[in-house]
Design a protein around this ligand. Sequence first.
Ligand code: RP5
Ligand code: MG
Ligand code: MG
Length: 273
Amino acid sequence: LQLHHKCRSPVAAPYSRAPSVLRLAVADGAVPWSAPWPDYAPRDYTDPCVDGKPWADPAADAEGFAPRWNALDGGVDRRSHDGEYAVEGGRPRNPRGRTGLAGRGVLGRWGPNHAADPIVTRWRPGADGGARVLQFVAIRRRDSGEWALPGGMVDPGEAVSTTLRREFLEEAMNVLQDPGREKLVGDLFSSGGDVVYRGYVDDPRNTDNAWMETVASHFHDEKGDGVAALPLEAGDDAVGVRWTDLSADLKLYASHSQFLKAVADKMGVAWGA
Ligand code: RP5
Ligand code: MG
Ligand code: MG
């Protein structure tokens, strides 16, 4: 079992709006559900920000709410990339173990919340001679202030390839303010990219009953002139955007640096420590 870490910090950034919401401290050895903890009773918390939202599920015990767990449930994909998850007391159980918080926290869906992360790369311009340096487009998240991939949630019924392109346009090109920019990406995303990771994300918002999963897909512009011409401007939930050198030293949101390591390995560039 790969341990999750970012959802075990007692004052995870997304909860800073509600500082009274603290997670129970869960030691490494107590993460697996198989580790006995008879009186484990984490706080049960679902943030008011998800109440009644069209992108969110209702309360687990809401009348008429009969989700099909581990299945494609209408437009909502309730399957995990990592196999079948358990459902206990009407709630999905985090496949990576305890997080110290029950409920959904700030996540909309019970069980897996599916996202897609576009990784757009080029070679750093102007580096003649010496080792080539790979760069990717990073955004800064409004919620935690951390640098991250410009990813986002897959809408019900949406193809992941569409999410990848849409989220890049929204967060890294601010297309919501300037729809004319959509055509500027040309066919950069038409291939669907090269999937470098698919599965659970070590996201600080994860709870015992709700967690992030993603498909991280790589789009590389070998010549770099196409992507160099893209106007980068933060939009939607992003408050910054920039070309960033790939490196093991990067401190990124959730498990995003793990996806970038896969890109570095694939492209044959040094990752470091
Ligand atoms: C992460 O949250 C995913 O890897 C993706 O980058 C992101 C999606 O959530 P929002 O950006 O929509 O908040 O777990
Ligand atoms: Mg978004
Ligand atoms: Mg996002």
